[in-house]
Write a protein that binds this ligand. Structure first.
Ligand code: NDP
Length: 459
């Protein structure tokens, strides 16, 4: 049977673009790709990239305070102009979008700027009614922000909307305690917005190392976020130009705008999956094996739509491995076990790789090498901000099982720490490395004695 394409990709985000490009340019496949929105997907257009630029924009106040501590008596951050920033941001995103598009075109991929849905195991239908056949179909449709199902929540924004605001709100409520809520609370407070964050748990960033979570929770309050642990919204109502929010503790308060950062769900709605035998997980994510293959042999899926590790570099790796396996005769899978990640808070970020102390303890005996200290940079400036470095070591093998860093540029540090840890480095090998002095990171190679040992579950 002859097909219009060897591969048809649904979704022009990180995973889909990489898979399409590699399949076409390196393995000679005839590839079509459909994207209903802007090329680049969540990360480039409404996620990681614009968010990180906002993090940089929002640190001026902290830098001002630090520089005053260094003798710049008149240091002042001045006035932030959202319009100026927005225009620059829009231009940058347009530039990046064009780069993605050009890379696909150069690889010979045919781009369809419209929505596509499956109409069979080898066929898709575009929004204009065109039907196209393909030997293989890759679903890389990503995820969508999820709200929590309370009345009036349509009055609230989700993260996609943040980059399109016409003006900054004076007072904003952020709901949630995950990556997005914590990063945007830090950003909004840094940009001068009166920022309230509500989170139902007792410390933000559930799932991360508990000691790091406690430090992040404390830091949010220290940078001016009014962090309220416990309450959850129950009702949102329009109040003039703003929104009045009622909470489950009986309180109510008005805000200029509200953001729900309460997780993301796989974007499978309307994909036509009911016309196929593709199996879904209970949360709606597409079920795949280690080759990213679904229950239908001709259909594969990568990235957030599969809800494995929902991070851009993981989707890229999955897309690349899929293309090499199916079109390059170079079969390879992706190891999801040791993926480093960072939460971009200010002044200190959180970088993490491997097991948390809680997970390591549940696994068996573990030595915890941990240090919390005031780094010279902020101490001199008069700040009380603390850094944490932690290594979790298996006492039987001396292998480093996990590393958690709460400090300036922890995202940069954890990237490097992830290399030896991924290679199976031992604590002795960390110790054999001579320190770079004076840095905060040198603590990673100078912690000689464990702060504590857990004997295993319940130890
Ligand atoms: P997360 O899953 O990280 O956090 C969701 C938050 O919403 C949690 O605090 C959760 O609470 C809370 N929540 C969920 N349901 C309810 C509810 N019904 N009522 C009250 N609170 C609720 O999702 P995000 O939206 O922050 O981020 C989505 C994903 O995007 C992340 O998982 C990550 O993969 C990715 N991302 C990565 C970034 C990075 O790498 N730096 C940055 C931003 C996003 P609880 O913990 O109690 O369940």
């Amino acid at each position: 049977m002859s097909f219009d394409y060897d591969l048809f990709v649904i979704g022009g985000g990180s995973g889909g673009v990489r898979a399409a490009r590699i399949a076409a340019s390196e393995h000679g496949a005839r590839v079509g790709l459909a994207e209903e929105s802007r090329m680049g997907g969540t990360c480039v257009i409404r996620g990681c990239v614009p968010k990180k630029l906002m993090v940089f924009a929002a640190q001026a106040g902290l830098m001002e305070a630090e520089m005053r501590g260094y003798g710049w008596c008149d240091a002042t951050a001045g006035r932030f102009d959202w319009q100026v920033f927005r225009e620059k941001l829009d231009a940058e995103l347009r530039r990046l979008e064009l780069i993605y598009r050009a890379a696909l075109q150069k690889a010979g991929v045919t781009i369809h700027d419209q929505r596509a849905r499956l109409v069979g195991h080898h066929e898709v239908e575009l929004a204009d009614g065109t039907r196209l056949s393909a030997r293989h179909i890759l679903i890389a449709a990503g995820g969508r922000p999820a709200k929590i199902g309370v009345p009036g929540e349509e009055l609230a924004m989700v993260s996609d909307d943040l980059f399109l605001m016409d003006a900054l709100p004076k007072k904003m409520l952020l709901v949630g305690g995950g990556f997005i809520a914590c990063e945007f609370s830090t950003i909004m407070a840094g940009l001068g917005v009166e920022t309230v964050q509500v989170y139902r748990g007792d410390a933000v960033l559930r799932g991360f190392d508990r000691e790091a979570r406690d430090m992040a929770t404390l830091q949010l309050s220290q940078v001016g976020v009014d962090l309220r642990l416990g309450p959850t919204p129950t009702l949102l109502e329009r109040a003039g130009e703003g929104v009045r929010v009622s909470f489950d503790d009986g309180s109510a308060e008005a805000f200029d705008s509200v953001l729900f950062a309460t997780g993301r769900t796989p974007y499978t709605a309307g994909l036509g999956l009911e016309t196929t035998e593709v199996r879904l997980k209970p949360n709606g994510a597409i079920e795949v094996d280690e080759w990213s293959q679904t229950s239908v042999p001709s259909i594969f899926a990568v990235g957030d739509v599969t809800d494995r590790v929902n991070l851009t570099p993981v989707a890229i790796r999955e897309g690349h491995a899929f293309a090499d396996t199916v079109f390059g005769a170079r079969p390879r899978t992706v190891d999801h076990s040791l993926v480093a990640a960072a939460v971009y808070l200010r002044p200190h970020e959180l970088g993490t790789v491997g097991l948390t102390e809680e997970q390591a303890k549940a696994r068996g005996p573990v030595d915890v090498y941990s240090t919390v200290f005031r780094p010279m940079r902020s101490m001199f400036a008069g700040s009380d901000a603390r850094v944490m470095m932690k290594l979790l070591v298996d006492p039987a093998t001396d292998k480093v099982l996990g590393c958690h860093i709460f400090g300036p540029e922890a995202g940069e540090m954890i990237q490097l720490a992830a290399i030896p840890i991924g290679m199976g480095a031992t604590k002795a090998q960390f110790d054999a490395t001579i320190a770079v002095h004076p840095t905060a990171a040198e603590e990673l190679v100078t912690m000689r004695h464990p702060s504590r040992r857990h004997e295993g579950l319940g130890g």
